[in-house]
Ligand binder design. Sequence first.
Ligand code: IMP
Length: 423
Amino acid sequence: MAVDLLLGLQWGDEGKGKIVDVLTKNYDIIARFQGGPNAGHTLEFDGHKHVLHTIPSGIFHDGTINLVGNGVVIDPVIFKRELDNLEKFNIDFKKNLLISRKAHLILPTHRLLDAASEASKGKAKIGSTLKGIGPTYMDKTGRNGIRVGDLEMDNWQEKYRSLADKHEAMIDFYNAEIQYDLSELEAEFFRAVEVLKTLTFIDSEEYLHKAQQEGKSILAEGAQGSLLDIDFGTYPFVTSSNTTAAGACTGLGVAPGKIKEVYGIFKAYTTRVGSGPFPTELFDEDGATMGRVGNEFGATTGRPRRCGWLDLVALRYAVQVNGVTQLIMMKGDVLSGFEKLKVCTAYNYKGETIQHFPYNIEAENVTPVYTEMKGWEADLTKMTEASQMPKALNDYIDYLEKELNVPIKIVSVGPDRKQTIIR
Ligand code: IMP
């Protein structure tokens, strides 16, 4: 059985949580392959809003197995909070949640290092979520990290102490003004580790291999977005993992040839949270309207998201790097009421018109070239059938499909599970 893949095509916050939740009924296993609690996947149903950070978005479906893969970094403290929330809704996570032994742990000192590193950068800061993501992946690639499987060994606390001591020396090196009480943070961490240890740790690549042989259906769930990929994103304003399709192979141990559908998810406009270039960013009333109507505030940090028109140069690039086979357009409803819509189809780059995503996309190098389209008035939020969609929305979608050469199969018109139109 093949593995399908769902990932974000922009700078994150495309709405992956909602779509995984909608698609979950088609899959036996949902497997998260990268990132950590920097992500915030929001799901709404039955009048409740749930935000997940590390746990896959299939956890609310009875009988679906949710796997946290080896490519993920886990902060036991945040993980415990997620479990506490699930407990309130009587979710049986002891049975339905599995964790890869090869996933790395975020230590309290990783979070402190993230804060110290950002503080030392001044104006050049990345705008990190400060969840310790960068320092944890640095320890992973530097071959110093502590993995979930280590928690099953007697000497893991010695390993912990020696790494945390090293981190403290590094924090001093940054000479940043950060206040902390490590013993308090460690007490919370060790308590949370004990809770984590009550869950099932597995050799997840072996588990997924067997599951494929048994004909189980698997959906690999990404976090963040393609333009935050450590290699292909807007470096250095990126996260520290491969958010693109290849990350699912390394983050789960799935062979490339086993991947079938690649669902690419994008918003009908563009947002970005944190620092970094954003060619179509709006600083006017249109951008403010998108932010207000789209409730564009980070699910993890609460920071307002920067908003702008859809950038087809960036989207085409993401479709290409990921090999997207089906597109999913989110938040079409937020564009209702705009008389005219703009779509960026090319960049003016150092005096030339280009259609590919270049090395530098800072404002001094790039100005967007826009095509204008007619907007629509209708409120889309109550629509459930493609036949109800206004002509101008259909024209918008047809135009995007033609430009991207991939069909748009799902249009989301609100945060609830029910506000989803299948085309
Ligand atoms: P970090 O991954 O927390 O170090 O953050 C690096 C950059 O990625 C910052 O600009 C963050 O705002 C951004 N980022 C990280 N996770 C997410 C996410 O889930 N959604 C949107 N942006 C994110």
